[in-house]
Design a protein around this ligand. Structure first.
Ligand code: XLS
Ligand code: NI
Ligand code: NI
Length: 437
């Protein structure tokens, strides 16, 4: 396979199909709970993994060629764009996400790079005229170039801070042009290797200054979407400032950025932080900052961001449960921040990988609704806190008691009956919902 042009569209053939190039669970226009599956899931293609990544790892060079038959640098990137839109058409994917460096060739100096970028933004705008896909979010790669080795907005060098700002500005402009509804700040190298050379307070203050200027610029040019932090605890730096959802919430609250800023939660980053994906989503939901997802999965035996396509249905179910409870995707969506394994080096593998990820989240969506309709889990959680609905518990919740009264109450309370958490039973319910008839 040389391109996606001549292949047939991937259709929904249902769970009994053995055709590898069909969806078994994702039926884009099927309505579930009043909304089409494609609107519930808002799938997005990640440009960097899909159109650029060539299988390179620390031990070896490319296993794939993604120049798509072209040699002129700009033609290579135009070919990538053509192919990306064909691929999205074939897979019924409605959105895409990119870093500035993913979509256009690097120039010798930044001026040239920016001109190349703007050329490709025009090219994408043209593609959008004949295709239904839209940009979901863009982001600046402020970590790859050597000038960012000490960070970007947290670099000790103000010239680097300025360059980072220029790159974010260009991406926000692209967002406005291409209809993007979010702008993502993944921390890149915003963190530290050793405190021996780091003024953490100044770096974090500068990061907040950077976010505020980005927000104000975006609003001044009509960007109405959400600004998103993408938590990650480590890699590339030893300690990333946006460690996890809770750390990001604290940062946003401290610097008065809540409202404009929300979160893009990545499954593999949650694992690296020692949390489940669901935990990170729950923290975001409870703090009113849930917006978008970078769907992938890690390997529990490996301590880095392996960015595998998600195939774990339990995690997809728990993730979609949180998404539904958070009111669904609005400005965000579900971007596959995932790449095929190094030996899966053909264009067919990319198709198969997306089909796997999309079917997994389609199952997650279907099963999450089943679990909610079943009602036993929600009901259990609800009743578990019954003691706060009347008597002393209600007083605690209403804020109408104090330690004096509580101590008095405890003294006169002769027998405290604490109920079972019933974890094993609840896990069985999930299995029944997943595998029962
Ligand atoms: C890296 C991040 C990155 C962001 C976008 O670990 O996941 O891919 O999603 O910069
Ligand atoms: Ni990501
Ligand atoms: Ni990642």
């Amino acid at each position: 396979m040389k391109s996606y042009k001549d292949i047939k569209k991937v259709e929904y053939l249902g769970p009994t199909s053995k055709d590898p190039f069909s969806f078994k669970f994702y039926n884009p226009d099927e309505v579930i709970a009043g909304k089409k599956m494609r609107e519930h899931l808002k799938f997005a293609l990640s440009w960097w993994h899909t159109m650029d990544y060539c299988g390179v790892d620390m031990f070896g060079g490319p296993t794939e060629d993604k120049n798509f038959g072209q040699t002129d640098p700009m033609k290579i990137y135009e070919a990538k764009a053509d192919l990306a839109f064909d691929l999205m058409d074939k897979l019924s994917i409605d959105y895409y996400c990119f870093h500035d460096v993913d979509i256009a060739p690097q120039g010798k100096i930044y001026k040239e790079t920016l001109a190349n970028f703007n050329h490709m933004v025009d090219y994408l705008a043209k593609k959008q005229e004949t295709h239904s896909q839209r940009l979901l979010w863009s982001t600046a790669n402020n970590f790859g170039d050597k000038v960012f080795m000490n960070g970007a907005a947290t670099s000790p060098n103000a010239d680097v801070f300025a360059l980072a700002a220029a790159k974010v500005k260009a991406c926000i402009d692209a967002d406005v042009r291409l209809g993007g509804t979010a702008y993502v700040f993944w921390g890149g190298r915003e963190g530290y290797e050793t405190l021996l050379n780091t003024n953490m307070k100044l770096e974090q203050d500068n990061l907040a200054r950077f976010f505020k200027m980005a927000r104000d610029y975006g609003r001044s040019v009509g960007f109405k979407g959400d600004y998103l932090l993408e938590p990650k605890p480590k890699e590339p730096t030893k300690h990333q400032y946006d460690f996890d959802s809770a750390t990001c919430c604290n940062f946003l609250r401290t610097y008065g950025l809540l409202g404009d800023f929300k979160l893009n939660i990545e499954a593999n980053h949650a694992t690296l932080a020692g949390h489940t994906f669901q935990h990170e989503l729950r923290v975001a939901r409870d703090n009113g900052v849930f917006c978008s997802i970078d769907a992938n999965q890690g390997d529990y035996l490996l301590g880095w961001d392996t960015d595998q396509f998600p195939t774990d249905v339990y995690n997809a179910l728990y993730a979609m449960y949180e998404v539904i409870k958070a009111g669904g995707f609005k400005n965000g969506g579900l971007n596959f921040d995932a790449k095929t394994r190094r030996p899966s080096n053909t264009l067919e593998d990319i198709l198969l990988a997306y089909i796997a990820g999309m079917d997994t989240f389609a199952l997650g969506l279907r099963l999450a609704y089943k679990l909610i309709e079943d009602g036993r889990i929600d009901d259990f959680v609800n009743h578990r806190y019954d003691s706060y609905k009347s008597g002393i518990g209600k007083k605690i919740v209403d804020g109408t008691t104090d330690f004096k009264e509580l101590a008095e109450y405890a003294l006169n309370n002769e027998e405290i009956k604490v109920e079972s958490g019933r974890q094993e039973y609840l896990e069985t319910i999930v299995n029944e919902v997943m595998f029962g008839k």
